[in-house]
Write a protein that binds this ligand. Structure first.
Ligand SMILES: [Zn+2]
Length: 120
């Protein structure tokens, strides 16, 4: 069974974007590219502070824990659902519970890869 968790997905997506940026800046090869684009290495600390603030805004702690755990494994933990396919692993999801409201505030977890899914 997929689990539904209520959490505005926007904050998690912002968190993921920030994590990607921080990860890139920490990578020496990427960092030199980023520096050419105008990012300074000192910005990492600033970004980490913003990240902490953002993480603090996630109300659903369980979802945040899942995100933190999965982000060690995948670059993109939060992925959109296309049709009924998880865009992270390309697996078809079981038919959604027709009684469940498919709204943007509800997140699912992919049973196959464990990524956090959202509907666009
Ligand atoms: Zn998946």
């Amino acid at each position: 069974m997929t689990e539904a968790m209520t959490q505005p997905i926007d904050i998690l997506i912002q968190l993921q974007d920030l994590d990607c940026l921080i990860r890139d800046l920490r990578d020496p090869e990427m960092a030199s590219q980023q520096q050419r684009l105008g990012f300074a290495l000192e910005d990492i600390q600033e970004l980490e502070r913003s990240r902490e603030l953002l993480a603090g805004q996630v109300e659903n702690e369980r979802l945040l824990q899942i995100y933190e755990r999965m982000s060690r494994r995948f670059v993109r933990v939060i992925v959109p659902v296309e049709g009924r396919v998880c865009t992270g692993c390309r697996m078809s999801l079981p038919t959604s519970d027709p009684t469940r409201q498919a709204d943007s505030a509800t997140c699912d977890i992919c049973e196959n890869c464990g990524r956090i899914l959202y509907r666009r």
